[in-house]
Write a protein that binds this ligand. Structure first.
Ligand code: HEM
Ligand SMILES: CC(C)=CCC/C(C)=C/CC/C(C)=C/COP(=O)(O)OP(=O)(O)O
Length: 314
């Protein structure tokens, strides 16, 4: 039950903090905070894999806060561009800009605040390379993908995915100031994972995308072609995921990545063999959910492998 307070003139009003909750929830959704949380996790792993992370802890912390803020700004930019599209899709019609709970100018101010804070924090505590890569991430997703690629080509997410693949490299450069082979391989891993992550969702949302005239692959090339591509990208993800095992001679990570990647491929193949019906849509939803757990598991395994080596367990 919601408790009301009286203002002394007999008018009941909500306590301020209770009234602020829906706004905070809207700001959370606008910043796509759940997606950003996985971006930040992959960045944190990039940092922890880098040499001497803890001697550079202010830069490491600033890198994570900067990525969270800049990733959030990307999410807000995306929704500023797409309220009409979001209104037409069941999955997105309740978003705060789409249903008018937050106005366009309020969202623009929010994006500017997030981005300014990100730039300030990264400039003060990290280095120019980290700042540039983070800006590329926000502009790549919020502008290039949302404004140009998404409405014009079914391969939108292959190239748009590059933006979301950058965080492990950004985490590494925040701590070291330099590029290196391992974080570049992790960028490649997320790059090839992204289509296998997104196209299962595009399959079960294909009618919504068609109605909104967004040329996602299942709309332009059909479900069969999309399922074949999911298998290909799941295989590519499996292959790329083995490179860190070889680079680091890390067999703990290697075993986990091998098993998880094999399961990803098996699920993609199962999806491919199903009849196109409601069961297939449900299975595509499971594969989409699995793709998220998969990435979380693989990045956790990288940490486990490094910890095992550091503590002399292998
Ligand atoms: C351009 C590349 C990408 C596309 C097109 C894409 C697409 C999507 C879509 C459409 C959703 C559903 C969101 C919703 O219902 O609000 C989603 C969810 C999600 N994505 Fe991605 N994604 C991409 C890249 C990434 C990357 C790089 C990561 C993390 C490293 C990621 C992590 C997640 C997570 C954690 C969710 C679940 C959010 C939730 O539970 O609400 N995505 N993605
Ligand atoms: C700084 C940095 C590294 C930025 C990363 C950019 C970023 C937030 C990437 C995530 C990609 C994402 C949420 C795509 C959703 O696709 P969509 O927008 O087509 O989905 P929708 O239909 O749910 O809006």
């Amino acid at each position: 039950m919601l408790k009301m307070e009286s203002d002394g003139q007999g008018v009941a009003r909500l306590p301020v903090y209770r009234a602020a909750l829906p706004l905070l929830r809207d700001l959370w959704v606008l910043a796509k905070a759940r997606v950003v949380s996985l971006l930040v996790f992959t960045a944190a792993v990039g940092e922890l894999l880098a040499p001497a992370t803890f001697t550079h802890w202010p830069a490491a912390l600033a890198g994570l806060v900067g990525i969270a803020l800049a990733g959030g700004a990307g999410g807000v930019l995306n929704q500023i561009v797409e309220p009409a599209l979001d209104q037409h899709m069941r999955r997105t019609h309740g978003r705060p800009l789409a249903n008018g709970r937050i106005g366009r100018s309020g969202a623009i101010v929010y994006a500017l605040v997030l981005m300014s804070l990100a730039i300030a924090i990264l400039s003060i505590w990290t280095n120019p390379l980290t700042l540039v890569l983070t800006l590329l991430g926000t502009v790549g997703y919020g502008v290039v993908y949302t404004l140009y690629l998404k409405p014009s080509t079914p391969w939108n997410i292959v190239w748009g995915g590059l933006a979301g693949a950058l965080p492990p490299l950004i985490g590494w450069t925040a701590v070291t100031g330099q590029l290196a082979a391992l974080p570049l391989v992790l960028v490649a891993l997320i790059f090839v994972w992204t289509p296998a992550h997104f196209w299962p969702l595009a399959i079960y949302c294909r009618r919504d995308y068609a109605q909104a005239c967004i040329p996602m692959l299942p709309v332009t090339h059909g479900v069969d072609r999309t399922r074949r591509e999911v298998v290909r990208y799941a295989l590519a993800t499996w292959a790329v995921s083995m490179i860190p095992a070889l680079l680091n001679r890390d067999w703990i990570y290697g075993a986990i990545a091998f098993g998880a990647g094999a399961w990803f491929v098996v699920m993609a193949l199962r999806l491919q063999r199903m009849a196109i019906d409601a069961d297939m849509d449900r299975y595509a939803r499971r594969l989409f959910a699995f793709s998220i757990s998969y990435l979380f598991l693989i990045f956790t395994a990288l940490l486990l492998g490094k910890a095992a080596v550091s503590y002399g367990l292998v």
